[in-house]
Design a protein. Structure first.
Length: 154
């Protein structure tokens, strides 16, 4: 799925957060293309940017969305904790990918990329099909607008 332009108006949190997933995926594709072209220096810079952007996305989830969901639907403390553990696993994978690029280890980067990409795909699917729709029902319009604005501000 192609990410929508920044000027797009989103009507739901699911739509906005899913679009952000797509945007991040496209940026990872750009990094892969740079690695495949042998431009490791540019790939490392682009990777640092997308990594920071993904961490910012995760912060929105962990600092705003998941606590709001647990506060309203207390039964979701365990599922959101699982999502946070997956975020931790992603952070470790991203650190290793950055290290591989810093050492111009193309094969190592590619192997890590496959693992991290698989984790991201499975993780995003759970968020997009389960957690985000629950948030759409649980959050007020003002809360949703604030989250969408925080995505646009990055």
């Amino acid at each position: 799925m192609t990410a929508r332009p920044a000027s797009t108006v989103f009507v739901s949190l699911t739509d906005a957060m899913s679009n952000d997933h797509d945007r991040l995926d496209a940026r990872f594709d750009d990094v892969r293309a740079l690695v495949e072209a042998g431009d490791i220096e540019r790939a490392a810079r682009a990777f640092a940017d997308v990594r920071a952007d993904l961490i910012a996305h995760i912060r929105i989830e962990e600092d705003i969305l998941f606590p709001a969901l647990v506060a309203r639907l207390r039964t979701l403390a365990v599922p959101t904790a699982v999502m946070c553990r997956e975020h931790d696993q992603l952070a470790v994978g991203l650190d290793r990918m950055a290290d591989a690029l810093a050492h111009a280890d193309v094969a190592g980067f590619a192997a890590l990329d496959r693992k991290v990409c698989a984790l991201i795909s499975a993780h995003n699917l759970k968020e997009e099909r389960i957690l985000y729709p629950m948030l759409d029902r649980a959050l007020t319009g003002d809360e949703t607008e604030r989250v969408i604005a925080s995505l646009a501000a990055r």
